[in-house]
Design a protein around this ligand. Structure first.
Ligand SMILES: NC(=O)c1ccc[n+]([C@@H]2O[C@H](COP(=O)([O-])OP(=O)(O)OC[C@H]3O[C@@H](n4cnc5c(N)ncnc54)[C@H](OP(=O)(O)O)[C@@H]3O)[C@@H](O)[C@H]2O)c1
Length: 438
């Protein structure tokens, strides 16, 4: 047996405690695979006395994760505290890398902000920085992009990166309204008391920026992602999508285009029979398209202590085997600057839900306006009052119209919608959902 790989684990919450349990449970099997033991030797958390279902007395205790990160008694520092720029996660990771120790982390918030800087520091000090668990929980998407698909020129990736949103949308397909679906997600522990980070798409956006960097060899850019959340989705949209052969997903998409890379997170209509449409509940999925592979999709648990621990331990096993590679897939100094494709240049089909006046010619005016802008209509759902029904109560009565368009640009679509509004051709704000061609 080679010498053991000695771990210091900072953070013993949902993920940290599962990592310790996994290593204790599979210690002999891992040793047999690796010809060396993986040993937790020291840990750090906020409150030593907190019950965790672990025998932590057998490990050295550090009140301060930075002191653990610097300790000579460990080979690898595992950061599972969480938090962004200014907390103990960042200072302890930097301390470990500066002493040449490799780091395993699940911290998407920190990587989205500091990933390139940390990768450079790791490379300078001859250390590894591994973060499989930071995106997609247990789904091995970082390894897939960085290693298995390295031979491809990747063109697009898209995924369901937030289980909370997918759970809510799945419940809405079952008939719930948004507020009730959110309440249920909170009751089950899938959504926080303040759900805005998840439902407004910010969590998925953070993860997307990391994937974009690894997939396309660009610096991480978290400032310019286009983000729209799911809180404006109404049961009428879910029902119309179903009737027209689509499902609505919060999709995170990164795509090469002629004008740069699109990085966007928004509610998206996807054809009901495509693979990603079938991902329901809290499950996550990521699909990747490349020139030689065609398309691949990975799906699985995107969160939860045990699934995330599986990804963390996968990284630790790589370190035990001596696997070395640039954290972001290529040397950090050779990452290209992220060139943002402006959202107004985005091209795709659109779903529109409009309220128009119930009078002859109202729809014709809208159809003409679209035609004048070069937008062709794919399908239209219009519910007229049944022939023979009671006469209209007022000239102001409105009726809903749902339209699916063929591909056009975001700029054209926005300009047409704003003209319809300013000319009084529609009542209220039109609802617009982008359609992804899959
Ligand atoms: N939970 C998931 O499903 C999931 C999935 C993917 C990625 N992640 C990522 O994994 C990381 C950990 O998440 P989690 O859900 O396990 O968080 P958590 O349950 O809140 O655990 C955080 C741990 O950090 C400890 N901690 C907080 N401040 C500390 C400090 N100043 N010094 C030392 N320890 C400190 C806490 O100590 P006490 O226990 O004493 O309070 C706790 O043990 C985050 O980056 C998160 O984004 C989580």
């Amino acid at each position: 047996m080679d010498s053991p790989l000695r771990l210091g684990i900072a953070g013993l919450g949902t993920v940290g405690a599962s990592v310790v349990r996994l290593i204790e449970t599979h210690n002999d099997a891992l040793a047999a695979q690796l010809s060396r033991r993986i040993s937790v030797v020291a840990v750090s958390a906020r409150k030593r006395e907190r019950p965790r279902g672990l025998k932590i007395d057998r490990y050295d205790w550090h009140d301060d994760p930075v002191s653990l990160a610097r300790s000579n008694s460990i080979d690898v520092f595992v950061e599972l505290i969480g938090g962004g720029d200014d907390g103990p996660a960042r200072s302890s990771i930097r301390a470990a890398l500066k002493t040449g120790k490799s780091v395993v982390t699940a911290n998407k918030a920190l990587l989205a902000r500091q990933g390139v800087k940390l990768a450079k520091l790791a490379e300078e000090r001859g250390a590894q920085l591994s973060f499989e668990a930071a995106v997609g929980g247990g789904i091995p998407i970082i390894k897939t992009l960085r290693e298995a698909l390295a031979g491809n020129r990747l063109t697009r990736l898209y995924g369901i990166l937030n289980g909370t949103c997918n759970f809510i949308l799945t419940r809405m397909e079952g008939g719930a309204n948004y507020a009730d679906a959110l309440k249920e997600a909170q009751k089950l522990g899938y959504a926080e008391a303040d759900p805005s980070f998840d439902v407004e798409g910010l969590d998925a956006a953070q993860k997307l920026t990391i994937l974009t960097s690894v997939a396309f060899g660009t610096e991480i850019d978290r400032e310019t992602t286009f983000v729209e959340g799911i809180s404006s989705i109404e049961p009428e949209d879910i029902a119309a999508a179903d009737e027209l052969g689509y499902r609505i997903k919060l999709l995170a998409v990164a795509q090469r285009t002629e004008s740069g890379i699109e990085q966007r997170v928004h509610p998206t209509m996807v054809p009901r029979d495509c693979d990603i449409a079938r991902i329901s509940g809290v499950t996550n999925a990521v699909a990747v398209e490349g020139d030689f592979i065609g398309a691949v999709m990975l799906s699985g648990p995107g969160a939860g202590g045990d699934a995330t621990a599986s990804a963390v331990v996968g990284d630790i096993v790589d370190l035990a085997r001596g696997v070395r590679m640039p954290p972001l897939g290529r040397p950090a100094a050779s990452l290209e600057p992220y060139r943002r494709a402006p959202m107004r240049a985005h091209e795709g089909g659109y779903y529109l839900r409009l309220k128009i006046q119930d009078r002859p010619g109202a729809f014709a005016a809208i159809a003409r306006r679209m035609a004048d802008a070069g937008i062709s209509l794919h399908s239209v759902l219009q519910r007229n009052r049944p022939i023979g029904s009671a006469p209209k109560r007022s000239a102001e009565e409105v009726q809903p119209v749902t339209i699916i368009t063929h591909s056009t640009t975001e700029e054209t679509m926005r300009s047409v919608l704003s003209k319809m509004e300013s000319e009084g051709e529609v009542h209220g704000r039109p609802k617009m959902i982008r359609i992804e061609a899959l």
